[in-house]
Design a protein around this ligand. Structure first.
Ligand SMILES: Nc1ncnc2c1ncn2[C@@H]1O[C@H](COP(=O)(O)OP(=O)(O)OP(=O)(O)O)[C@@H](O)[C@H]1O
Length: 415
């Protein structure tokens, strides 16, 4: 395994790359999840009004009510839930359109009062269908309103969708902030970028005397952003009109665009767009056949910057039949011998889960082992399908970067 410095040119057998597209899925530029640790903090309200505020900046926006077990978006937007969505001849669902937003929700499939009884893996399947199986057309932003919590559904989504990042909604109470912090860490673990934190229901303005009162506590959101080094996108007031407009199916940004809340939403949308521009979004999902180099991912040298992330790849390349190069956002490049990668497999067949003891005997791995296919997993890992029949190993980008570093330090055995 070699480990080399930045900005070296790539090998002649690299296929020429076209200009890098930033689309996360064909036609969809950014997929943004909106999550919260705790329920009832206003996540769906923020998703809907943020979507409308982005649209008012001139963008095409879609929204998926990924809160599959308790969909509330149709009600907030005034979309009838009794009619099943139409489908295209190819079987793709046609989203509802309301207030200029394209919308898909489980509520449109089950109706308002019928809860969807789904097991964890089914939830993941529906979520994928709501993104891949819908005729979205071309969108600048697809907003996913996640269910509350930091469990299975959120992990499935983070791991299976090429998210541009996540916005976390919290309220100022200590308990809500604590839970939001946990949610935030979960997303960080699976390499989902935290685009920022929104604090909801911070200040109550008395409609009679105009005095502002912080009902809970002041500055918790900013403090948490600073502590965790994530952007603070803004603080929304506790606003009675938000409740009535949500209940009436006309969200405040659509119904009262000059209200204080709508102005805060506009500034949150602007801050979010800035964060998206600043973040690296180059690697699109890929299924890469090693021998033919078909489906090879991007190699975006231009996106490298010294302050960039150490574990965000901006390029993967078949340097030669036995060498996989990975270019990281901080400009560093690792060249991996493919057999070394096979030997470093961490799956349960190769490493004993409890003890960490290696089960794989290097002598059993043939010298000419190569990948047949390399497939991206969400934003955080790649999976290899090897020509010795092994295909259960997932290599997270964190692990790959660490593997490159230990190879450079000479810690990798020569076997
Ligand atoms: N800034 C606000 N001021 C006043 N009420 C608000 C505000 N934001 C949200 N609400 C109200 O709080 C309630 C819960 O909001 P919402 O359904 O958006 O929360 P949620 O976090 O998505 O909930 P769940 O966890 O059930 O999915 C709603 O009645 C909504 O109108």
């Amino acid at each position: 395994m070699q480990n080399t410095d930045r900005n070296q040119s790539h090998a002649p057998d690299a296929s020429p790359r076209s200009a890098v597209s930033t689309d996360k899925l064909p036609g969809i530029r950014h997929i943004i999840a909106v999550g919260s640790g705790k329920g009832g903090v206003g996540k769906s309200t923020v998703s809907v009004n943020l979507a409308l505020a982005l649209q008012r900046l001139g963008s095409r926006v879609g929204i998926v009510d990924a809160d599959i077990l308790g969909p509330s978006i149709p009600g907030m937007l005034g979309i009838p839930t009794c009619e099943r969505p139409a489908t295209t001849p190819e079987g793709k669902m046609i989203p509802a359109e309301q207030h200029g937003l394209k919308v898909v929700s489980m509520g449109m499939l089950t109706g308002d009062d019928e809860p969807a009884v789904l097991r964890g893996p089914m939830v993941g399947k529906y979520l994928k269908m709501f993104v891949d199986g819908v005729q979205w057309g071309s969108l600048d932003y697809l907003i996913l309103d996640l269910p509350p919590g930091t469990g299975d559904v959120q992990l499935t989504l983070a791991q299976s969708m090429p998210l541009s990042g996540v916005v976390i909604v919290t309220t100022p109470q200590t308990v809500s902030l604590k839970i939001a912090r946990r949610g935030l860490r979960m997303f960080e673990k699976v390499q989902v970028k935290i685009l920022g934190l929104v604090e909801n229901m911070r200040t109550f303005t008395c409609p009679h005397c105009g005095e502002n009162t912080d009902i809970f506590r002041h500055g918790g959101g900013e403090q948490m952003s600073e502590e965790l080094n994530v952007p603070f996108l803004g603080a929304l007031p506790l606003d009675v009109d938000v409740v009535t407009s949500g209940d009436e199916g006309l969200p405040i940004v659509a119904g009262q665009p000059t209200s204080v809340s709508s102005k805060v939403y506009a500034s949150i949308a602007t801050a979010l767009v800035e964060q998206l521009h600043a973040s690296i979004t180059v690697l699109k999902p890929f299924v890469w056949t090693w021998d033919s180099n078909d489906g090879a991912p991007d190699w975006a040298e231009d996106a490298a910057r010294p302050a960039g992330s150490q574990n965000t790849p901006i390029g993967l390349l078949r340097r030669d039949p036995r060498t996989l190069s990975v270019l990281w956002e901080d400009g560093h490049r690792d060249d991996f011998d493919v057999r070394d990668l096979r030997l470093a497999c961490h799956c349960a067949l190769c490493v004993e889960e409890m003890s960490g003891r290696k089960l794989l005997d290097p002598k059993t791995i043939r010298p000419d082992v190569t990948p047949q296919q390399i497939v991206s997993i969400g934003n955080y890992a790649v999976k290899f399908d090897w020509n010795d029949g092994h295909n259960s190993g997932i290599y997270s980008f964190n692990n790959l970067r660490a593997l490159g570093a230990s190879a450079a330090a000479g810690d990798v055995e020569n076997v």
